[in-house]
Design a protein. Structure first.
Ligand SMILES: *Cc1c(COP(=O)(O)O)cnc(C)c1O
Length: 220
């Protein structure tokens, strides 16, 4: 087993001081690794692949809160709609509409984060500012989704200034989301920060970090 228990305990301690949520990113890692952190009290886990998530969910305790953090294809929403806790990577109106449709079928409301593209040098999924605005226009009509905030990834770079500025950009957009007249918009979550940059993300206002390799070891 490659789970780094002491790194986990340190991280939980750091985060609890500032009440920042931890999503333990368990993609590609075995169910036994998830169970090891579960036994220490971890309940939020993040996965990137639909089939893998569905398989793991069926084998693990029912009180785990499953976060879908990968790129979600519309035709696969139906598989996770019955149980998913939070979908982080919503990057199109069509996807949000499909989530709404599947949530309705399952007689529930699904919490979502809109993914914003801020990284400079990589092609990553996400909405630009204009597209974010367009998606927000559709939200009031989609009553079986609740938009809880934004998710983003900074550039994978040693350039601290660049990464910091990208987190700042996300924080700024997050701060502009609030529109109390939209009942299914509750901007409480800013999901940013991974193993390599979570400290800086927290300094820049993250409320939820998604940490994988620091806890579970490198992925091959
Ligand atoms: C894999 C992944 C993470 C975790 O990355 P680590 O560097 O292993 O902490 C976080 N967020 C997303 C969207 C991911 O795909």
């Amino acid at each position: 087993m490659s789970v780094n228990i002491s790194a986990y305990q340190q991280l939980v301690k750091q985060l609890s001081d500032s009440s920042i949520a931890l999503v333990a990113v368990s993609k590609i890692k075995p169910v036994s690794d998830i169970k090891a952190l579960y036994d220490l009290g971890q309940r939020d886990f993040g996965e990137n692949y639909v089939q893998e998530l569905v398989d793991k969910q069926s084998q693990l305790p029912g009180d785990i809160r499953w976060h879908f953090i990968g790129h979600l294809q519309s035709n696969k929403v139906k598989y996770i709609a019955p149980f998913v806790h939070l979908i982080h990577g919503v990057d199109s109106i069509n996807l949000l509409k499909e989530i709404n449709k599947q949530a309705l079928k399952n007689d529930r409301v699904i919490d979502c984060l809109l993914q914003v593209h801020v990284a400079k040098e990589e092609t990553k999924f996400g909405l630009d500012e204009g597209e974010l605005h367009d998606v927000m226009m559709e939200v009031p009509a989609l009553k079986n989704v609740q938009v809880k905030g934004l998710m983003g990834m900074a550039s994978f770079s040693d350039d601290e200034t660049l990464v910091r500025n990208e987190f700042r950009q996300l924080r700024k957009l997050f701060g502009q989301l609030d529109q109390p007249e939209i009942l299914n918009l509750k901007p409480e979550i800013l999901s940013m920060g991974m193993s390599g940059d979570y400290k800086m993300a927290i300094e820049e206002g993250s409320t939820m970090v998604r940490v994988g390799s620091l806890l579970f070891g490198a992925r091959v």
